[in-house]
Design a protein around this ligand. Structure first.
Ligand SMILES: O=c1ccn([C@H]2C[C@H](O)[C@@H](COP(=O)(O)OP(=O)(O)OP(=O)(O)O)O2)c(=O)[nH]1
Ligand SMILES: [Mg+2]
Length: 155
């Protein structure tokens, strides 16, 4: 089955003019890999908002989520601290990829490297209905491990 496609307006900024647009690496990929538009030396523990050289206009009712690439996280400890980053449909500034280096070594980002992936997603907005009492449930106020630890559930 074909996935629905959402057209997104994209503008290349001067420092991103020669770079490829974010692209799906395979037919079934959920995210488009996005490349860095700058060189960055990311020392251990440091963060950086990596330029992509792109600004976008996402249709109303959609967002773009900026997610880490698992390969960078697993091999180097380099990930997105605000994952999933949110690109609002009304944002017209440069799309940036926030990265943090949790690894022990400086991570060199070269212009053109695929640093994260962009997932286009529908947005569901809520409205508040204020009440005095909420309905009772079996869970109630239990949370944060209330159902037990890592072992399988009994039975
Ligand atoms: O990884 C990200 C996250 C955000 N943004 C841009 C697009 C987004 O629409 C805007 C605001 O993001 P967010 O709402 O997460 O940040 P905030 O700290 O709440 O800032 P603001 O007060 O501007 O909403 O910043 C990025 O370019 N990359
Ligand atoms: Mg915000």
């Amino acid at each position: 089955m074909q996935s629905p496609e959402v057209p997104i307006l994209v503008k290349r900024l001067p420092h991103g003019e020669d770079l490829p647009l974010p692209a799906y690496a395979t037919e079934g990929a959920a995210g488009m890999d996005v490349v860095a538009a700058e060189d960055v030396m990311l020392a251990p523990g440091m963060r950086h908002a990596v330029a992509t050289g792109l600004s976008v206009a996402i249709p109303h009712g959609y967002e773009i989520q900026v997610r880490p690439r698992s390969g960078l996280a697993f091999k180097y400890g380099v990930t997105v601290p605000n994952t999933p980053g949110t690109i609002d449909s009304d944002y017209r500034g440069e799309l940036k990829v926030l990265l943090i280096n949790h690894g022990p070594e400086t991570f060199a980002i070269r212009r053109g490297d695929r640093v994260a992936q962009l997932v286009v997603a529908p947005v569901t907005r809520g409205t508040w209905l204020e009440v005095g009492e909420l309905d009772e449930t079996a869970r109630g106020e239990g949370g944060f491990g209330s159902t037990g630890g890592l072992a399988a559930l009994p039975g």
